[in-house]
Design a protein around this ligand. Structure first.
Ligand code: NZQ
Ligand code: ZN
Length: 385
């Protein structure tokens, strides 16, 4: 196992009625800005619950953070924060709202002219950020318990991640009942995103870390078992709760301590979203099976373990078992209603492959746990999608 240094300072308040505990964790003397998305929280009662819980607070609002949050929208919130002297941010909604809030928190304290260029592109370290917390309503990103955010810039068709300890949520409220109102498409997206997060951290090469492997495979088994339950009965509280905790643990960086990580599927997927606007999880479901085929030899041992311990195959030859695992993943996605081909979204694979190869060449990317996925590899993978 590799050395590691782990800290997650986020308190998690999980379960029915968790929203009503908000006042215990936010200072009444602070000026609070509640940040939300396109209005789902107004339709499912979460907005009213938060407002009621925060009665008596000096509370402003900023709505309109879109899926794949845009830098352009976030900067409007930064202006409001500076104008009104906001001291604490509360994101209420999905991963996009929370990611947007993380960027807003960093940008509000940033002194340079152009935080997107500096933080996302040049990778300049975030030295300060406004304190933030969240009521998360969509199990998918794990953003509620990590220090990352992914922000798009429409002007340049870019979608890039950043990480900073300064943007860990102080606390995250997870009430699985808030997810009863999710459209099936978002429930499916969340399940697939979580599955891929776990794979990005598990499916590399073996460094003798069996506990991390078992945790990772445990999340995958739970997802496969609970997914049909939430899809057939959206108000199944126990299944919703289990799926949510899978999503949070899928990317709170617990399973990745001491092991190599991949993330090539995500980096290629982000480009598909940036160029074609497809949902984050849709992009992953397209790329991942082809990427795993492309990298099969290098990942054979982990894929074979997945085939045997999650999908129940007895195949003893690793490379054959690896093929079975990749096919089983794609079958699982299809079985819950997730499409896995570019053609399903009327995207031409040659065009996408060419565009993304160009961009990766310019950036000189070397992705994956061994840095072997370069612009040409990404081209081959996308051509096969
Ligand atoms: O905007 P509103 O009206 O709130 O509606 C949202 C949105 O339309 C809706 N929704 C959310 N909760 C709901 C609900 N509808 C009904 N009931 C609820 N309880 O769902 C739609 C999608 O929301 P969004 O926040 O975009 O989805 P998700 O949580 O999947 O976030 C996706 C974003 O997270 C990034 C992705 O790239 C993408 O931009 N990621 C962030 C990561 C991180 N911070 O660590 C890691 C991930 O790999 C991912 O890249
Ligand atoms: Zn993801």
């Amino acid at each position: 196992m590799y050395n590691f240094n782990f800290c997650c300072p986020t308190r998690v308040i999980f379960g029915k009625g968790a929203i009503e505990e908000l006042p215990k964790y936010i200072d009444r003397n602070k000026k609070v800005l509640m940040i939300y998305g396109g209005g789902s929280i107004k339709r499912n009662g979460v907005y009213e619950r938060v407002k009621k819980a925060l009665e008596g607070y000096n509370l402003s609002e900023f709505g309109g953070i879109e899926p794949n949050p845009k830098c352009e929208t976030c900067m409007q919130a930064v202006e409001l924060i500076r104008r009104e002297g906001v001291e604490f941010l509360l994101a209420v909604g999905g991963g996009s709202t929370l990611d947007g809030t993380k960027f807003i928190a960093a940008a509000a304290k940033y002194e340079g002219e152009n935080p997107y260029d500096d933080i996302m592109i040049k990778g300049i370290e975030v030295k300060d950020a406004l304190p933030l917390a969240d009521v998360i309503t969509l199990p998918a990103t794990g953003s509620e318990m990590n220090d990352g955010a992914v922000i798009s810039r429409i002007a340049t068709s870019e979608k890039l991640p950043f990480h900073s300890e300064k943007v860990f949520p102080q606390f995250s409220i997870i009430d699985p009942e808030t997810t009863f109102s999710l459209p099936a498409r978002q429930t499916i997206n969340g399940i697939v995103d979580t599955f891929v997060h776990v794979m990005e951290q598990y499916c590399t090469f073996d460094v003798n870390a069996p506990l991390q492997d078992d945790w990772a495979l445990g999340i995958l088994r739970t997802l496969i078992k609970e997914a049909p339950k939430v899809l057939s009965n959206p108000a199944d509280y126990d299944a919703r709760a289990n799926i949510f905790w899978c999503a949070t643990c899928g990317l709170n960086n617990w399973i990745s301590q001491g092991v190599p990580q991949d993330w090539a599927t995500h980096m290629i997927g982000h480009e598909l979203t940036a160029f074609y606007g497809i949902d984050h999880a849709q992009s992953l479901a397209i790329v991942q099976p082809r990427l795993l085929k492309n990298q099969k030899v290098s990942k054979a041992k982990k894929l074979a373990k997945l085939a045997r311990e999650v999908f129940g195959y007895n195949e003893v030859v690793d490379l054959k078992a690896a093929d079975l695992a990749i096919d089983a993943i794609e079958k699982f996605y299809n079985s819950i209603g997730m499409k896995t081909r570019l053609a399903d979204y009327e995207i031409d694979s040659s065009e996408a492959a060419e565009k993304i190869r160009e961009r990766f060449k310019l950036r000189d990317v070397h992705l994956g746990e061994k840095g072997t996925v370069n612009a040409d590899t990404a081209y081959d993978i996308l051509k096969a999608c």
